[in-house]
Design a protein around this ligand. Structure first.
Ligand code: HPA
Length: 237
């Protein structure tokens, strides 16, 4: 038991997929894992452990935003010995060449959050993906014929902030692919505790091409592709 997770030691695999939405964790467990067992219902932040192609794998929701994912990732790493953590989520495109339904692998994450700054006020520490996971995910996504972008993302503390909207678009001009709300904090914890982390995002909306939209069915299909990339990356040798 940790403060926010009721699992017993050993209930959680050393590899975990982390969607923001706990019901998406349930969806992944029901559609991709065999013999999935629920290990957490605290705050309805459902978590499951099962097997994927014979490998023991877990999946758990993180909630939205860096404070929430930081709490869960911290406890998963320090109390349950999780070694590989892959976030699967959505992001808004900041770049004309990055379209809805496409995949973004966050090679690095810029942030406007203070959550890392609290520990490291003297430095701007780059938050980077584990290269081994990134390399594997890229090749797995390519083999699945998914349009895949690799580069910077912006992890923002604010979803609704008119003041930041134009600044975020300017970051897009610097090559930042998309905005989401969790990757930087996950990458920081990976570095802090010496474990492997990666964030894979499906573009759900575009801030530069706002006319681009997805239907619920399209979203479901592209999210399913992303889950496959995440799970295959977790079990790849
Ligand atoms: N902003 C932040 N997070 C997001 C967005 C966005 O536009 N779309 C999906 N996640």
């Amino acid at each position: 038991m940790s403060i926010h997770i009721s699992a017993k030691p050993g209930d959680i695999a050393d590899k975990i997929l982390l969607p923001g939405d706990p019901l998406r964790a349930k969806f992944i467990a029901e559609n991709f894992l065999e013999d999935a067992v629920c290990f957490n219902e605290v705050r309805n932040m459902f978590g499951y452990t099962g097997t994927y192609k014979g490998h023991r794998v877990s999946v758990m929701g993180t909630g939205m935003g860096m404070p929430s994912i930081s709490i869960y990732a911290h406890e998963l790493i320090t109390e349950y010995d999780v070694k590989k953590l892959i976030r699967v989520g959505t992001a808004g495109s900041l770049n004309k060449d990055v379209h809805v339904r496409e995949l973004v692998l966050a090679q690095a994450a810029a942030t406007n959050s203070k959550i890392i700054n609290i520990d490291w006020p003297e430095y701007d520490l780059p938050q980077i993906a584990d290269f081994d996971l990134l390399d594997k995910a890229y090749h797995i996504a390519k083999d699945l014929n998914l349009t895949t972008h690799v580069g910077n993302v912006l992890s923002s503390d604010s979803f609704y902030s008119p003041k930041l909207f134009s600044r975020n678009l300017e970051l897009g001009q610097l090559g930042v692919k998309a905005v989401e709300m969790e990757a930087a904090a996950l990458y920081y914890l990976g570095a802090k505790f010496g474990v492997q982390t990666l964030a894979i995002m499906t573009i759900s909306d575009s801030l530069v091409n706002p006319e681009e939209d997805t239907t619920a069915e399209e979203r479901q299909n592209t999210f399913t592709d992303m889950m496959k990339v995440g799970l295959e990356t977790l079990i790849a040798d």
